[in-house]
Write a protein of this length. Structure first.
Length: 384
């Protein structure tokens, strides 16, 4: 029987890649639910092609515009519609909703006790303790989709976690690595979105440019692999061929290598515990000229340092970090603040907002709300 798959965030970069994986393995996967926020045109095309039982459009104002002829797909809308998709009976639910908006759907998926293919790191950053605890209670399985976390997951498979000394998350360095602070003062959102090795959405591309993305990945890795932050190291690897490494107590290191194509970790997450016979391109080791590694530049890219501080502080500090960053990145993308002001907004929120040691849903949502308000206040002060 084909695996039943739901995809939340189907019109984004990860969602489109996931549907391409399904398309290439139509004998193995069946799409039963699709959810998007506002891209009505693309969602209609996806419904027409994959014929899911249920589809949701998050922006209720766009619901009337979603017209699909000749389809039996039931259409729902708004946050409740997204959560209805999340609660569907499926073999694997892929969540690729950008930002904090993915938290409630992820909790709904976990409550069902099913398998979550996690492609959205922000909810785990916001509420990792809450998500992992609820997953233990329900028996839900979380399979990481981020290329770095998928790499670590695969390196750890079959190994005793007690023998893990440290894990390494690799970072390309983004489009501005090696630039001076003076050069960073004038960069534009368009330049920040041009990632040197990955084709990603705007928000994650800007996060990669500030190195915040890697900081968020450290926090996510803490919860996925039950490790403290001092046993997770970030290293710059511009070629983006080695996606993650695990160092064991005996000094041995296992590395995961692969092409820079998100369809590989998506395919792995959907196929788990099997491995699909991939029709995607393969990595030719004979043409690799060099693989280089270097420490990150905390001076010009302080967002990574702020994320590590939040990770060590714990409680709702990562929630505050994530919320302020989302607001700051949005402001930058709308030309409201310069690139370097992103880190200023995040620092201000971390210094201003109170941190709760109790990671309850109520505390997480309140910390998220307050951090966004504080960030907006700082943006008005820094605005161009």
């Amino acid at each position: 029987m084909r695996k039943r798959v739901t995809i939340l965030g189907s019109t984004g970069s990860i969602g489109r890649n996931a549907l391409d994986v399904v398309r290439r393995h139509a004998d193995q996967f069946e799409v039963v639910g699709l959810a998007a926020f506002s891209n009505v045109k693309l969602l209609a095309e996806q419904i027409q092609e994959f014929r899911p039982r249920l589809a949701a459009i998050g922006d209720e104002r766009q619901a009337r515009a979603l017209q699909v002829h000749g389809s039996d797909t039931r259409i729902v809308s708004g946050p409740s519609g997204i959560e209805e998709i999340a609660a569907m009976s499926a073999d694997v639910a892929l969540c690729a909703i950008v930002g904090a908006a993915g938290l409630q759907p992820i909790l709904r998926i976990i409550e069902s006790g099913g398998r979550l293919a996690l492609a959205n790191k922000e909810p785990m950053v916001m509420a990792g303790a809450l998500i992992t605890e609820r997953a233990k209670t329900s028996g839900a399985e979380i399979i990481p989709v981020d290329s770095e976390h998928s790499a670590i997951w695969q390196c750890l498979h079959g190994n005793d976690r007690r023998n893990v000394y440290r894990i390494y998350l690799t970072a390309s360095g983004g489009p501005f690595y090696g630039k001076s602070r003076e050069q960073l003062e004038s960069v534009t959102p368009e330049q920040a979105a041009r990632h040197p090795t990955w084709d990603m959405g705007k928000k994650i591309s800007v996060d990669s440019a500030t190195l915040m993305n890697k900081g968020l990945e450290v926090i996510e890795a803490m919860w996925l692999f039950d490790l403290p932050p001092d046993r997770i190291q970030v290293i710059i690897h511009p070629q983006s061929v080695v996606h993650g490494l695990v160092e064991f107590t005996d000094g041995s290191i296992l590395a995961h290598l692969g092409p820079t194509d998100m369809r590989f970790p998506i395919e792995y997450a959907l196929s788990w515990p099997e491995r699909a016979s991939s029709a995607l391109g393969r990595l030719d080791l004979t043409v690799l000229k060099q693989l280089t590694f270097a420490p990150p530049d905390f001076g010009n890219f302080p967002c990574l340092q702020f994320a590590l501080e939040a990770a060590r502080r714990g409680g709702t500090a990562p929630t505050i970090l994530n919320a302020a960053n989302e607001v700051a990145v949005s402001a930058f993308c709308h030309h409201q603040i310069p690139f370097l002001a992103i880190s200023e907004v995040v620092r201000f929120a971390l210094d201003t907002c109170p941190v709760s040691d109790q990671v309850t849903l109520a505390n997480v949502l309140e910390s998220d709300r307050l951090a966004r308000e504080v960030a907006q206040r700082k943006i008005k002060e820094l605005g161009v």
